[in-house]
Ligand binder design. Structure first.
Ligand SMILES: [Zn+2]
Length: 585
């Protein structure tokens, strides 16, 4: 459905927006003209020269969309209806996407506040669009009358039609009211679920401090307790003394480090059990969410919520998905069993007990131990080959060798950037010209979106036979500069994440569609991760790595042996890791 702006990505590494609706008025201003040196607004939108500009941005988007609705209502059934609908979608998307990026990354409070107001206002308008019978009927008619000559136009009409119906527009008013209520409830519950995770991550206190290995102590908060009864012989009395310990906040990243590196099984167990059971309030939130989604699915005539959300995906039904996951699980079962025995045997060797069982809090610890003893990887040595500027060179080389295009930084107009760290890159092909623009906002700073994400600013779409609206994206990371160097060096998993997100960005920058509805990452949800996952393979391939991964001070090319060790360590318990992913499937 058009109105619900969804984060379609289950992992935190990417934030993407789903389906909303442009005014080519804005984009025709050539929002990000690479030659432009006169002052402009944020992301190249003239409206966004000041925070208050968001108000005009929203108002003009609504005004333009209303003009298009009038235009559609007075038009005979034709493919032009679908084009105009896509323009509405594009108009609204431009506001939603830029406001969302601003909200998540802009250092100025004024901009963030106005972006939030713009999002609230546009969301109300999106609801109006989603329940608009003029648009719904026009799409259905264009579909039925057979005026849609291209496959893409037919698919766009089908998607719009189904998206409308997923919002219940075709239902009698009583049922429609209930659908609206359930959607609002689900939205609220999802927000609550995320807030609970942030506000109540849980913790366990560990005493004495020596139970926590030195290399993770910096991740934890030191705490103290009084231990009474310590004899002060010289004074002939007993006095309290302080004992130092550590508080483990059981949020994902800290928990994972504790599970990987803490030899004390009781500490791992306490942290694991706490981390797996908090926040308690989410048990009730989840129950309510499951119930409201199930009711929604039933009103929509679906057996389950899974069936409801599978519509318009590539996989045809939940049964197909489950059988695919089951088949994959069967394929790796034997290998996963072997790995399980290896891990259990190591625990038996280490613990010196014959019948000791492998517990859920053991796996990360013993697999990490085996990986480091088999490959002895020093993360500082690995990172010395992956300085951030060299990694960006790697991206440039890939774009050149795969697509014959360049990926270079271009100047920004005054007012276009939101922070001095931000770079603007252009993908340029010698024959086809500029293909799209990508902002890079790579360094961590206070108040910024904490994960790694690809943000859309503008989707690509055909404007006329000779004009194409160029896509604009932003990559947001949180790399931190080390204390001893101004050059950021990535560890290997950060390099993989950089390549993964760049895969998403390229998908959007290089796709060429008639409608923005299908541009880049707005494809079917179960295809959206394919380009990004393929790009991760380049970060593991020595033939690619040797072209850019050089030692930051000596310039030495990364040794092939080191790459083999990196890959060897990552593949060591691959079947077990896949089984975990399949469980979440
Ligand atoms: Zn992804």
């Amino acid at each position: 459905m058009w109105n619900f702006i969804k984060n379609r990505e289950p992992n935190i590494h990417m934030k993407r927006l789903f389906e909303p609706f442009l005014s080519y008025r804005h984009f025709r201003t050539r929002a990000v003209d690479r030659q432009n040196t006169s002052s402009t607004g944020l992301y190249g939108f003239d409206h966004l020269k000041s925070p208050k500009g968001f108000q005009r941005f929203v108002d003009e988007a609504i005004e333009r969309s209303s003009e298009l609705i009038d235009y559609i209502s007075g038009m005979p059934s034709s493919a032009e209806i679908i084009r105009a609908m896509d323009e509405i979608s594009d108009t609204v998307c431009s506001v939603v996407d830029s406001a969302e990026l601003c909200r998540q990354t802009h250092p100025a409070r004024g901009f963030v506040e106005e972006a939030i107001k713009a999002l609230m206002k546009i969301n109300v308008y999106l609801h109006f669009l989603n329940t608009n019978h003029t648009l719904y009927n026009a799409v259905k008619k264009a579909e039925q009358d057979g005026h849609l000559l291209t496959e893409e136009a037919r698919r766009a009409a089908l998607h719009l039609h189904i998206d409308f119906e997923k919002g219940g527009i075709h239902l009698p008013s009583g049922k429609l009211d209930r659908v609206n209520q359930l959607n609002m409830d689900a939205h609220k519950l999802c927000r609550e679920y995320g807030e609970n995770i942030i506000n109540d991550p849980g913790y366990v206190d560990i005493f004495p401090a020596s139970r926590i290995p030195r290399q993770i102590q910096h991740l934890l908060k030191p705490i103290y307790r009084l231990t009474s009864g310590v004899s002060k012989e010289s004074l002939g009395s007993y006095e309290d003394e302080q004992e130092k310990g550590f508080r483990i906040i059981t949020e994902l990243r800290t928990l994972f480090s504790v599970l990987q590196l803490t030899p004390d099984e009781q500490v791992r167990k306490m942290a694991y059990l706490k981390g797996s059971s908090v926040p308690h309030a989410n048990h009730e939130v989840l129950d309510k969410l499951i119930n409201s989604r199930h009711e929604l699915a039933q009103i929509m005539g679906c057996k389950s919520y899974a069936e409801f959300v599978m519509q318009l995906n590539m996989a045809s039904s939940p049964e197909v998905v489950v059988s695919f996951l089951q088949e994959m699980s069967n394929m790796v079962k034997e290998k996963a069993d072997e790995e399980f025995n290896t891990i259990r045997n190591l625990k038996r060797d280490v613990c010196g007990q014959r019948c000791v069982d492998l517990e859920p809090w053991d796996e990360a610890y013993y697999t990490t131990m085996m990986k480091s003893s088999a490959y002895n990887l020093d993360s500082a040595v690995v990172a010395s080959y992956f300085s951030l500027p060299q990694c960006i060179e790697g991206l440039k080389l890939l774009v050149k060798s795969l697509f014959g295009a360049s990926f270079d930084s271009v100047p920004m107009a005054p007012g276009e950037s939101w922070h001095p760290d931000v770079l603007k890159m252009c993908i340029h092909h010698p024959e086809e010209g500029d293909l799209g623009f990508l902002y890079l906002d790579l360094f961590s700073r206070k108040g910024k979106y904490p994960g790694c994400a690809t943000f859309s600013i503008k989707g690509g779409r055909k404007i006329s036979e000779t004009e194409y609206q160029l896509p604009v994206m932003a990559l947001v990371f949180n790399f931190s500069r080390s204390h001893d160097s101004s050059i950021v060096r990535l560890n290997h998993s950060e390099l993989e994440t950089l390549f993964h997100e760049f895969g998403h960005a390229l998908h959007a920058l290089l796709s060429r569609t008639d409608y923005q509805h299908f541009a880049g990452t707005r494809v079917a949800l179960d295809f959206a991760e394919t380009p990004s996952n393929l790009f991760e393979y380049y970060a593991r391939d020595y033939r690619v790595l040797k072209k850019f991964a050089r030692h930051y001070s000596t310039g030495e090319v990364i040794p092939e042996k080191l790459v083999k060790s990196l890959n060897g360590a990552r593949d060591m318990f691959a079947a077990t890791e896949l089984q975990h992913i399949l469980c979440f499937g």
